[in-house]
Design a protein around this ligand. Sequence first.
Ligand code: CP
Length: 301
Amino acid sequence: MPKSLISIHDFTKEEILHILDVAKEFEANKTQPILRDKIVATLFFEPSTRTRLSFETAANRLGARVIGFSDAVNTSVSKGETLKDTIKMVSNYVDIIIIRHPLEGSSRYASEVASVPVINAGDGANQHPSQTLLDLYTIRQTQGRLDNIDINMVGDLKYGRTVHSLLQALSHFSPKFTFTAPEELKMPQEYKIFLDKKGIPYKETTDLSEGINDTDILYMTRVQQERFTDIMEYEKVKNCYSLTADMLKGARKNMKILHPLPRINEIAQDVDDTPHAYYFKQAENGVYVRMAIIAYLLGYK
Ligand code: CP
């Protein structure tokens, strides 16, 4: 089976650092057509702006060609074709598959039936490992290091796949976590057990103002409406936090606000004009990091 990126656990600490170093080279030299003979498939069964477009930009900057779909409605999936058959077919056409799918475990399954590498671009509430690598890249870019970071994860920690992947990746680098979430959206127990086993400290709060001044990274997230089965439950928590510029007056000078985006109400527009806002640059970094991931999985070291 070719090497794939389905969970952040698929990469060792050394591989993670290698990807970040290569991404830095791609940021310095943005177009490097080393994959002129390759074809990349982007199969998006769920909506996306950043992940799909930055993967496609990354492939284009590497000189590869891109095929795929942004909505499975126009494919034979709507006639009942299975994920297995879809992946087997696309494997015959391309050199690497990038897939986003609402079902947890779907990307792992795809990697087991594919004859080419598969990149998980988000599977339900489970994992989003390319987002994690770009988050790590951005943390290192803003803080000058990955070790001993204070990070406050805010919002939907129950369904937010980006915080789940990031928590696991940061466990290599001795972080200190604060989890800020309403009771309904707390970090799931399995991730806290993971941290306990590794001896990594975390505290939990429901109060956003409590953890702003003593953190290096304020990692905001959107409440994931699409994961709720009961819309009334979503209505109860959808506006649980709203970060505004005047809440940042006591923040550390080096503190940066990250967000995987899209944002809804959790970061007010006036935060964009503060020196702490870094989420748009974070999204740009996705191109360089995804160039590094594609090149690595296709054997370019
Ligand atoms: N961060 C992220 O996954 O954004 P998209 O849903 O727009 O791809």
